[in-house]
Design a protein around this ligand. Structure first.
Ligand code: BG6
Length: 488
């Protein structure tokens, strides 16, 4: 890997502390960082280099999945860290930063490759990108890359505006948009899923797949993010990005498609053939919910509208379920059901593929319902793939066969999403970052839903905290003769 400087905007922030420093440290321990490496942390606080390093060290002790015990290793890591005060709107501060970067590049003999990581609110993205260009920070001989985190815009128009502004300073191939779901080890496996196992290869035909269910349930509520979340809702916070990325990653499997490589092009193709929903059709295909008070894992919790910072009359969605169709010859007959919500009964991100029984008639269960086979892909917490034969209603005996997945033997040592993604950004591999085409097509697909919510064309359904969401979400599948699998 080429030597480079990691320039971190938002170095005193929460994301840096919880995710970025631990990820960098793990990469360092595994010798996956360039041999000479420089990190410059930026923030508005008046920190010295020493205070900055002390804070980074503290975050490693608190959040690293590896014990940061070896003092020699830790000190070697921290030696790369420098701090610089910067106000995102002050061009002078960027010029000062440029001098510091150049000085470090000279000291360490680094090539002028610069990775700008914006761990700051999205309202700063365009200003920072413009100032990077203005100040000459991005004009060195080496490569430059911009790493940003969602949200990329608030709707289709604002996403386009933002992208246009970013493109004035960075070209598309220089922009690495993090969707941390794409960094999850199991999500990264989805792309090659049907090739990994002969049984799966056999099952993976549209003659056999009855439906696909993608769930990302969380037990947490709005947490301390009322200001952001009450304007975003589940549709922007999870659905437009993480959920549609899961759909794309799974649906890129066209078994007869032998075009090698570029998964991003294939993902774009999925979005292009995802049947658009018109605003008027939203209420028939989308369920919008909001949690009321209830009990989550034994603890009583308050209703969304009683959460600190949330408007008592808020109509914001904390749950969304939707039925989608991919209009192509492979997936055309297969409904995809997607749901995500806060304050659900358990934390679980998983994909369930329900198979049709094509050879023998389904063996009837006691209550007369079908007993199909399922492929279950656990994405988190905990990863794994299992085939469930003859899946019956809860409590009845079934056969579960694990499908081997190539993960480290020690379950605790599976790299975290940020580790994978930072490593890829440093080596310039864009495969698991969201391309603008995907982001734009996702906003385009979601836009009629945003408008339908705005105009109240889709009723807001209450659900008790600690459940699986509004009953209407079950009805969405029942209309097609299905139900959500694996709800306890
Ligand atoms: C984030 C959302 O992108 O993803 C959060 O903003 C959500 O609201 C989180 O809690 C869920 O991520 P994970 O990895 O815990 O499923």
């Amino acid at each position: 890997m080429e030597s480079s400087t990691f320039i971190l905007f938002g170095a005193t922030g929460d994301l840096a502390k919880r995710k970025i420093y631990p990820a960098l440290y793990h990469l360092f321990v595994e010798q996956k960082l360039p041999p000479t490496f420089s990190l410059i942390g930026l923030g508005r606080r008046e920190w010295s280099d020493e205070l900055f390093r002390a804070n980074v060290k503290q975050s490693l002790l608190q959040f690293s999945r590896r014990e940061a015990k070896d003092p020699a290793l830790l000190n070697a890591f921290l030696r790369a860290f420098r701090y610089c005060i910067l106000d995102a709107g002050h061009i002078e501060d960027y010029r000062k930063l440029l001098r510091l970067i150049e000085q470090r590049e000279a000291e360490l003999g680094l090539s002028p490759n610069r990775l700008f990581y914006l761990s700051v609110g999205p309202e700063f993205f365009d200003t920072i990108a413009a100032n990077i260009r203005e100040s000459g920070l991005g004009s060195a001989d080496g490569w430059k890359r911009l790493v940003i985190e969602k949200p990329f815009g608030h709707d289709l128009q604002s996403a386009r505006d933002l992208n246009r502004k970013l493109n004035q300073a960075f070209e598309e191939h220089e922009i690495f948009r993090i969707d941390h779901y794409l960094g999850k080890p199991m999500v990264q496996k989805l792309e090659v899923l049907h090739q990994t196992d002969p049984v799966l290869r056999e099952l993976w035909t549209n003659r056999r797949i009855a439906n696909v269910q993608i769930t990302a349930n969380e037990t947490v509520g709005v947490e301390e993010r009322a200001g952001y979340y009450d304007h975003a809702g589940a549709v922007r916070d999870m659905f437009q990005n993480h959920m549609l990325q899961l759909l794309m990653m799974l649906a890129v499997h066209f078994p007869n498609d032998n075009t090698s490589g570029n998964a991003r092009l294939k993902k774009k193709k999925v979005m292009e053939v995802l049947e658009p929903l018109q605003k008027q059709e939203a209420s028939a295909n989308v369920i919008r919910g909001q949690y009321k008070e209830g009990s989550v894992q034994g603890k009583p919790v308050t209703a969304y509208t009683s959460e600190p910072g949330i408007d008592h009359a808020s109509m914001n969605d904390t749950f969304i379920a939707a039925k989608l169709r991919i209009d192509d010859s492979f997936w055309g007959e297969t409904p995809f059901y997607i749901r995500t919500g806060k304050r659900m009964r358990e934390k679980s991100t998983r994909i369930v593929i329900e198979f049709k029984d094509t050879e023998t008639p389904a063996s009837p269960t006691k209550d007369g319902s079908r007993a199909p086979n399922l492929l279950v892909i656990e994405i988190g917490p905990g990863e794994g793939i299992t085939l469930h034969f003859d899946k019956k209603r809860p409590g009845q005996k079934e056969q579960v066969i694990p499908i081997p997945v190539d993960f480290p033997a020690n379950g605790d040592d599976v790299p975290e999403a940020y580790e994978n993604l930072i490593f890829d950004a440093l080596r310039g591999d864009p495969a698991f970052f969201a391309h603008w085409d995907e982001v734009e097509l996702s906003w385009k697909w979601v836009q009629p839903i945003l408008e339908a919510f705005e105009e109240n064309l889709v009723p807001l359904r209450p659900y008790a905290a600690g459940t699986y969401g509004p009953v209407e979400s079950d009805k969405l599948l029942a209309e097609d003769g299905f139900h959500w699998w694996l709800d306890a």
